[in-house]
Design a binder for this molecule. Structure first.
Ligand code: SF4
Length: 487
């Protein structure tokens, strides 16, 4: 099934889910007039061609799909009473090859009825969207040809059933794929699918901020053996760890706020004596923990590696050296099979030419040491130097980093992918206009915030002054009201 669009109303989908099968249904927003086959009026959507253009016919189709999604399934009478619109019959069906998995509610106060109401307003009542179905085994023109396909807030991948939605009070919907899933007793991350997709609201405005945050940058310790002179967090070897009881109390609060994932940092997060417990407790409430590290020692600790592989979505290693970065990638590939492992590289810590060398050397290592290109490219995330803590003034100019990225993009190297932190987004907008804007957010604090569990502060981001953050004595202060004061 596909959705298509004659206008660009839903262009803020970051990545799409595709449905390809022998019986292939499409939700389409047509580009040009064409003649369509009539809708199936039996409520059976299978091998035969159909095209649904009226709100009633689209609603019938999606309602049949919704009914097939519900577990446990209510009686058809109750279902028709609970979910607005046309009544469907219990024997209606959508062909199994075209079945779509709808996301589950993430926030406790939202239900599938909220999702259904969102679909009604944004898909069913939207006259630009039509739904087409049929099979792709014939020679006739593809129903997708010339139109824009809208891969909606659902997935067709049978493994990826555990993904969630939340609907912001301002009208837009976000879906989240927690990344980890278990299959045949192994844990996998789903890097082929997006982890998060934010849809526009009913007026097709791109949401600028949310009332429910998606992400929290979470500090668990101020201890780090490296003692770097440029540490913007002022971390020291005997730095304080956050209290585990306090940490555990914050997770349900974050979950209540709608937070999907946390980026754990420090200090060195793995030095926290209860690091495994931290990961377990975040995951236990449904939040996906990720973390950044400056150490590789933990890769030798089997229990820790097992917990990371079971609970985390991604891990990033901070280094300025290509060989170290590659070694990290190799160790991860051995210990954390199919895991999302990234590199953090700080721009401004060294002359900009070193960045070019770093990227080229990293590509060289991967190419020369590996017979085949790695299945997943190494993610290099560029971070801007932060002039706080012990860091002081940025020692080197970063001007021209965008040219290096552009050169790199032009070589179409598939071994390395490059991302940036929010402090570099202005440069991206100014110097790399070819990068699709739906791939980044310009402002911290609009869909995310910083939580320092060591000294008990929340702020827009980690490098703002403590005096501009909000201190919390009580975890009950971690709520949407407090967060909105930061915006
Ligand atoms: S947290 Fe990072 S910058 Fe700070 S001392 Fe440790 S390695 Fe150095």
């Amino acid at each position: 099934m596909y959705l298509k669009s004659k206008t660009n109303k839903i262009s803020n989908i970051r990545f799409g889910f595709a449905t390809n099968s022998s019986s292939s249904h499409s939700i389409i927003i047509p580009c040009s007039p064409r003649s369509y086959v009539p809708a199936n009026d039996e409520g059976a959507y299978g091998w035969e061609d159909f095209c649904l253009t009226t709100p009633e016919s689209k609603q019938y189709y999606l309602k049949v799909m919704l009914y097939q999604n519900l577990k446990p399934r209510p009686s058809i009478n109750n279902f028709n009473k609970l979910y607005s619109g046309v009544d469907i019959r219990a024997d209606n069906y959508v062909d199994h090859n075209s079945f779509l998995n709808f996301p589950k509610p993430y926030m406790s106060h939202q239900t599938m009825i909220d999702y259904w109401n969102w679909l009604n307003k944004n898909v069913i009542e939207n006259s630009d969207i039509i739904i087409c179905g049929g099979n792709d085994n014939s020679d006739r023109d593809s129903m997708q040809e010339g139109d824009k396909v809208y891969n909606g807030p659902w997935t067709s991948d049978y493994i990826e059933r555990n993904f969630y939605f939340k609907i912001d009070p301002t009208g837009f919907l976000t879906i989240f794929n927690p990344g980890q899933y278990k299959y045949d007793d192994f844990f996998y991350t789903s890097r082929k699918l997006p982890s998060k997709i934010r849809f526009k609201g009913i007026n097709n405005e791109i949401p600028k901020f949310g009332l429910y945050p998606d992400l929290v940058d979470y500090k668990v310790t101020n201890a780090c053996l490296k003692n770097c002179q440029w540490c913007y967090q002022d971390s020291v070897p005997n730095g304080k760890h956050a209290d585990i009881n306090l940490i555990k109390q914050t997770f349900p609060k974050l979950r209540d706020m709608g937070v999907f994932e946390i980026a754990i940092g420090g200090g060195e997060p793995t030095s926290h004596p209860q690091f495994i417990e931290i990961l377990e407790s975040a995951k236990a409430v449904g939040i996906t923990p990720n973390f950044s590290t400056q150490s590789t020692d933990w890769l030798k600790k089997k229990k820790l590696v097992k917990a990371i592989s079971k609970h985390c979505g991604a891990v990033a290693f901070s280094t300025q050296k290509a060989q170290e970065a590659y070694k990290w990638y190799e160790s991860c590939a051995e210990s954390l099979v199919n895991f999302d492992c990234s590199i953090h590289y700080i721009l401004g810590a060294e002359p900009i030419e070193n960045f070019r060398k770093f990227i080229n050397e990293l590509c060289f290592y991967i190419k020369s040491i590996k017979d085949d290109a790695p299945k997943n490219p190494i993610n290099v995330i560029l971070l801007k130097w932060k002039e706080c803590g012990r860091a002081g003034k940025q020692p080197y100019s970063i001007a021209g980093w965008w040219d290096i990225v552009r050169e790199f993009r032009e070589t179409r190297n598939s071994y390395v992918s490059i991302g940036v932190d929010s402090f570099l987004v202005d440069d991206v907008e100014a110097h790399l206009p070819e990068i699709n804007k739906t791939l980044y957010n310009a402002d911290d604090g609009y869909f995310s915030f910083y939580l320092d569990a060591v000294d008990q502060y929340i702020g827009k981001h980690s490098s703002m002054s403590k005096k501009d953050m909000i201190h919390f004595d009580d975890v009950n202060l971690i709520n949407t009201e407090t967060w909105s004061k930061l915006k």
